[in-house]
Design a protein around this ligand. Structure first.
Ligand code: BG6
Length: 536
């Protein structure tokens, strides 16, 4: 269930929740609009076990997320953190590593009072991922925590390992009796599974099969961190809490939709991973498709997880198979050397760990046709690339042009199309382009922009996506996670593309200058319908 809190300044003095861990936190006063929002979400006593505890994601995102939840009094009073990994690490050292990660990566500085509460309940278990005895040791460790506490706790397993060990971990959770703990009660085992969820349809189906061997679907939380971003959630709120949008949100008024996820960064030190992935798998199939689903789905009957996910799957299923022929629906390219932020940037083929003949795309663009009552004939254009001019994620909804015969000597094309742009990151917000009159004695029109920015309305320092997602999984709310059929539906659309590209090798691979806005073949995707990419 996506919880929507109504803002009431009158509630600013509401009583502290019973699970508050820490009393005296020194933090700047909350923005007036945020005061009075309840922080307590009824989290049961919990053990979080992180598989892949010495990995990069754990340090950069998971430990800081847990720390910030503690800071915000959102962890249950009875909370334990257990790191699990192949490397033998003493408890004390794991706590030091975790504190180091908070210092380096948390959005807030490490507060010793907050951290000491979490650290005192933090431990580490060493073991292989295919070693059943190690999982039995883990089960005994959890049992011991529970006995010490004298009450039952739920266990949330966070699988943050390379995908090659997802299956053995899941099977060993089953074999060690950890998967079925308290099944049928709210304290049942929950499992978060990191991306990538498969590398094509076949592998995603196989992984779902392994999951079904040991877990029920409601125990599984397939993560896509884009769903935890504030502005992605705001998309649903904007669409379904404002009556002005719904009457316009269809083929009668919308000309097309452009979704851009561009990054300035290149592949950096992740060449080994990226060579096996590419932009279509890494960004389009997952993150960008989530943005499509939320933009295009029908209003759900409630904000319950199943109601929302049913609508997402329905709209994903209405997307037509992609035309892979010449002049078709897809484009791919690699970045060539260029300049980013005034500094020279290497081309992809010169990067560390990259095959100089690589056929992996660092940019992908697609044109989607959604064949349903609402969207038929409205193209959805998606693009994502590394080493682009600017880091920006935005959804731009472009409305049809008005019949602009009134404002001549111009013709109607002098009027800008109204565009509603959800800026997901950075500088989160929402803008609307309207046409207005330029002040003066003649009637001249000019596009003007109405802007709402999170930072000016709410201040900065919004929670990171992982904070929201870890909290939701602890509470048992799957709304912002991917259901098994949803992952498969998206792979079904893109697997033929991946196969065709693999067969073609470098043939058809375009290039774009690092620091630019992408390749010519992606422009051609739009020009067929007389559209052009917007410069976000
Ligand atoms: C990850 C991809 O899932 O998302 C990365 O593997 C990418 O390649 C990252 O850089 C982008 O996430 P964000 O939150 O920075 O937009």
């Amino acid at each position: 269930m996506l919880r929507i809190h109504r803002i009431s300044l009158a509630r600013a003095g509401c009583a502290a929740p019973s699970s508050v861990l820490f009393n005296a936190m020194s933090e700047a006063p909350r923005h007036p609009f945020l005061q009075g929002l309840s922080k307590h979400r009824g989290t049961p006593p919990t053990v979080i076990v992180i598989f892949g505890a010495s990995g990069d994601l754990t340090a950069r995102k998971l430990i800081p997320a847990i720390y910030n939840l503690a800071f915000d009094h959102l962890l249950p009073a009875d909370f334990f953190l257990v790191g699990y990994g192949r490397k033998a690490i003493p408890d004390e050292e794991f706590r030091d590593i975790a504190a180091g990660a908070i210092k380096e990566f948390s959005r807030r500085e490490l507060n010793p009072d907050v951290w000491s509460h979490v650290a005192s309940n933090t431990s580490y278990v060493a073991g292989g991922y295919d070693d059943i005895q190690a999982f039995e040791r883990l089960a005994a460790h959890i049992q011991a925590l529970e006995s010490k506490l004298g009450r039952e706790v739920q266990v949330l397993f966070y699988v943050s390992t390379p995908p090659s060990v997802f299956a053995p971990i899941l099977r060993n959770l089953g074999a060690a009796g950890l998967a079925a703990r308290y099944l049928g009660t709210p304290l049942h085992t929950k499992v978060i599974i990191e991306k990538p969820f498969g590398k094509d349809l076949e592998s995603a189906v196989a992984l779902n099969g392994v999951i079904r061997e040991v877990l029920e679907e409601h125990q599984v939380y397939r993560i896509d961190h884009y769903l935890g971003k504030e502005t992605v959630q705001d998309l649903l709120v904007q669409r379904f809490s404002n009556s002005i949008f719904e009457p316009l949100w269809n083929r009668n008024y919308i000309d097309h939709v452009q979704i851009t996820v561009s990054e300035e960064v290149g592949v950096g030190t992740r060449g080994g991973y990226y060579e096996q992935s590419g932009a279509l798998r890494d960004m389009i199939q997952n993150h960008t498709m989530q943005l499509v689903a939320l933009t295009a789905m029908e209003p759900p009957v409630s904000l319950d997880a199943e109601a929302v996910r049913n609508e997402k799957v329905k709209v994903l299923k209405a997307i037509q198979p992609l035309n892979l022929g010449p002049g078709g629906d897809v484009a791919r390219a690699q970045y060539a050397a260029g300049m980013i932020g005034g500094k020279p940037a290497k081309g992809y083929l010169e990067e560390q760990d990259i095959n100089p003949q690589s056929a992996t795309e660092t940019y992908a663009a697609v044109r989607l046709s959604i064949n349903n009552w609402r969207w038929q004939g409205v193209p959805f254009y998606l693009r994502s690339g590394k080493r682009m001019a600017r880091r920006v994620t935005e959804i731009a909804v472009q409305f049809k042009r008005p019949p602009g015969t009134l404002f001549a000597g111009s013709n109607r094309f002098d009027l800008a199309p109204n565009t509603l742009a959800f800026q997901i990151q950075p500088d989160e917000g929402l803008s609307l382009i309207l046409n207005g009159k330029v002040p003066g004695l003649e009637t001249r029109t000019q596009p003007v922009k109405m802007n709402f920015r999170y930072s000016t309305t709410y201040g900065s320092n919004t929670p990171e996506a992982y904070e929201r997602l870890v909290l939701d999984a602890m509470i048992g709310d799957g709304t912002l996670f991917i259901r098994g059929d949803e992952a498969e539906t998206s792979w079904q659309l893109y697997t033929p593309v991946l196969k065709a590209w693999a067969a073609a090798g470098r043939e058809g691979m375009d290039s774009y200058t690092a620091g630019g806005w992408g390749p010519a073949n992606a422009d051609a995707l739009l020009s067929k319908n007389s559209h052009i990419w917007r410069q976000p």
